[in-house]
Design a protein. Structure first.
Length: 134
């Protein structure tokens, strides 16, 4: 199911949806996001208790490309956003029956802005070895 043609069709669907938005609602600039789809035993596309991750590149509101990745923190990419949620929510978004902004606003999807300080290991080590604040 996840052939090159499938990825292109999803990208084209995303871009077709963006084309219907008012110009003022289309974000400018370029950014990367990781989408983490959590298996929830209800979606046929993601096994229960598993995670599928996709790295997405957006340019002036349009999906330039995306690909499946194996890690939550891809090397060599400055992440701007991370979106995490249950597979069924992403199924509904892909089918057009759920608005992704509404899903984030109601808490179904967790949307976070990434702040790159260093590698996750170096950040964790600096936090865990910091003396307690008085």
């Amino acid at each position: 199911i996840y052939s090159d043609g499938w990825y292109e069709a999803v990208r084209d669907t995303i871009n077709a949806r963006v084309a219907t938005l008012p110009e003022r609602d289309v974000p400018r600039g370029s950014w990367h996001a990781v989408i983490e789809i959590m298996g929830d035993a209800a979606s046929p596309y993601v096994d229960a208790d598993s995670v599928r991750r996709f790295l997405v590149r957006i340019e002036d509101g349009h999906c330039a490309w995306y690909r499946e990745i194996d890690t939550a923190h891809p090397d060599g990419v400055d992440l701007d956003y991370r979106f995490v949620g249950p597979a069924t929510a992403f199924d509904e978004i892909a089918a057009g029956s759920r608005d992704p902004i509404d899903a984030a606003l109601d808490g179904t999807l967790l949307a976070t802005r990434s702040v790159v300080i260093g590698s996750i290991d170096s950040v964790w080590n600096s936090v865990s070895s910091s003396p307690p604040k008085s």
